[in-house]
Design a protein around this ligand. Structure first.
Ligand code: F0G
Length: 499
């Protein structure tokens, strides 16, 4: 057996394939009319394995270095013994991704009812392209490099395309991204454009884009397109490292909960695999619990798990129930809709792996509505971190689980902040000002209700006295008016045209 190989996750199949093959589902199951995902597996007995996680500490002295230490500089590859699918270290395509950290969010812990020191935020927005996707993309590009791929493509709600475009420009590979028209936050779109990816705006949503790009990658082999979505199992190998860094930051102690937003369900699947392997290798003695949080407008996992009681069932997932669910929502012409555009996904490709992760990590699934997501996003920002809406779903979900009593007040909870605050400036500005920038550009300015934590800009004339007074504006608003001074608009709004 090879040291590393691909394996079908269906227990009745389990077919294996070399790591030099480019596959996005099991060809053997396909012949029997099943669509099964693949895992990357290792024959650990043939690999040099660390005896304890403390092994990785010897890289702390070199992880600041590029050049010779480039692999240790990467927060993914400094754990390379745990994702050893590559042949040679020279295959590895890295930009120093994964240099992220785990922050103790005391003020926010207090806000959501957890004891001090119990809420930790894994800040993946610090990645070079601003989201956790870089962890997976470095691994998938490494594989693409190994197999000599020249064109790479993905469907995306924005972050995958930004990350793909960055790694494509870095490795001088031709990048093609499929995005849904009007479905992508501007921060992310700007990245794909600037990195030079060929950007196809499809008339449709993410699910439509993914259908098309899969079709092209599989049915049009002459185009030689390598698929970079998280259905590609090499992506998930890189995303396991997010959990290694969490453990590293906790001095190799296992937290009680990992809380993560769920869209295409790649991240939660990778986390489940990371912990299953660490346990199998005897590198940890227990596995944390998992909470996958979806937006209420894009909640297939929530509905399948909580309403229809769908389970991993040792790999024999009730696919009939899944098909029935999808035909019902298709018949009702349901399309995923949420302000958290990153997770606006109706047909997640990693459903079965996510069910497996829920089993491994004794997990739960919750949904949170858009208003709750935005309020929690503002809280994350107010207390010194900042994230995009999808990421805030994790914090909102943790809050909900604390209130339900599922998460104990003194449990150690790690929420994954998957994307940077600057990814979706429109959502942030709209929350704080009530003004929809895109509607405004389209000539239809609209004021929507502002959020509970709205922090409006204060209009002030170019006048020293007025500026001094406005510095304490919240308290001084009334006295400004009483002075007959430069009173702000009673709503505190600038004229729309001045934003
Ligand atoms: N958070 C952010 C910021 C994301 O961009 C995504 C997914 C998720 C969470 C969900 O992760 O799919 O692994 O469950 N974004 C993808 C994209 C779909 O195209 O950028 P998941």
């Amino acid at each position: 057996m090879d040291r590393a190989y691909q394996q079908c996750i269906h227990p009745d199949c389990g077919a294996t394939f070399g790591v030099d093959e480019v596959l996005i589902s099991c060809p053997k199951c396909a012949k029997e009319g099943r669509q099964s995902l693949l895992d990357i597996r290792y024959d650990w007995s043939r690999l040099a394995l660390p005896k304890s996680l403390g092994f990785f500490e010897h890289r702390w002295s070199t992880k600041g270095e590029r050049g010779e230490g480039a692999l240790d500089f990467s927060g993914v590859w400094r754990f390379r013994e745990l994702l050893p699918f590559y042949e040679n270290e020279s295959d590895i395509v890295t930009i120093g991704e994964g240099r992220t950290n785990l922050q103790d969010a005391r003020l926010l812990a207090d806000e959501i009812g957890l004891k001090p020191g119990c809420l930790l935020l894994q800040y993946e927005g610090l990645n070079p392209s601003g989201s956790f996707k870089d962890n997976g993309m470095t691994a998938a590009f490494t594989h693409a490099h190994m197999v000599g791929a020249e064109r790479v493509a993905c469907a995306s709600t924005g972050n995958t395309s930004a990350s793909l475009a960055m790694f494509a420009s870095l490795s001088q590979t031709r990048g093609i991204v499929f995005i849904g028209t009007g479905k992508i936050a501007y921060g992310k779109l700007s990245q794909a454009l600037d990195y030079g990816a060929r950007t196809l705006q499809i008339q449709g949503d993410f699910d439509a884009c993914l259908r098309r790009v899969r079709q092209i990658a599989v049915e049009q082999p002459q185009l030689g397109i390598y698929l970079m979505n998280s259905v590609n199992p090499f992506r998930l190998e890189g995303q396991k490292s997010i959990m290694y860094r969490v453990l590293e930051a906790l001095n190799w102690q296992v937290p009680d909960w990992i809380v993560v937003p769920g869209g295409n369900l790649g991240n939660c699947s990778a986390f489940g695999k990371a912990f299953a392997e660490l346990k199998e290798l005897g590198l940890i003695s227990r596995v944390p619990r998992l909470a996958v949080i979806q937006a209420a407008g894009a909640n297939p996992l929530h509905r399948l798990v909580n309403e229809r009681k769908l389970r991993w069932n040792e790999g024999r997932v009730d696919t009939g129930a899944v098909k029935r669910f999808y035909s019902e929502i298709d018949a009702a012409d349901f399309h995923a809709r949420t302000i958290a555009s990153a997770i606006e996904i109706g047909h997640p490709v990693n459903l079965s792996k996510a069910l497996r992760a829920l089993e491994t990590m004794h997990g739960v699934v919750r949904e949170v509505d858009d208003e709750t997501i935005l309020e929690h996003k503002a809280m994350v920002g107010r207390y010194g971190f900042g994230c995009e809406p999808a990421s805030a779903a994790a914090v909102a979900g943790a809050h909900m689980l604390v209130e339900e009593g599922v998460i104990d007040l003194d449990a150690r909870v790690v929420c994954i902040l998957t994307g940077h605050l600057l990814k979706d400036p429109d959502a942030t500005v709209r929350y704080h000002t009530g003004i929809d920038m895109q509607a405004m550009q389209a000539g239809a300015p609209r004021r929507e209700p502002e959020g509970r934590m709205a922090n409006r800009p204060i209009p002030v004339p170019d006048d020293l006295q007025a500026i001094i007074q406005a510095i304490g504006a919240a308290e001084l608003d009334q006295s400004l008016v009483a002075d007959g001074g430069h009173a702000p608009d009673p709503l505190g709004h600038l004229p729309v045209s001045e934003y």
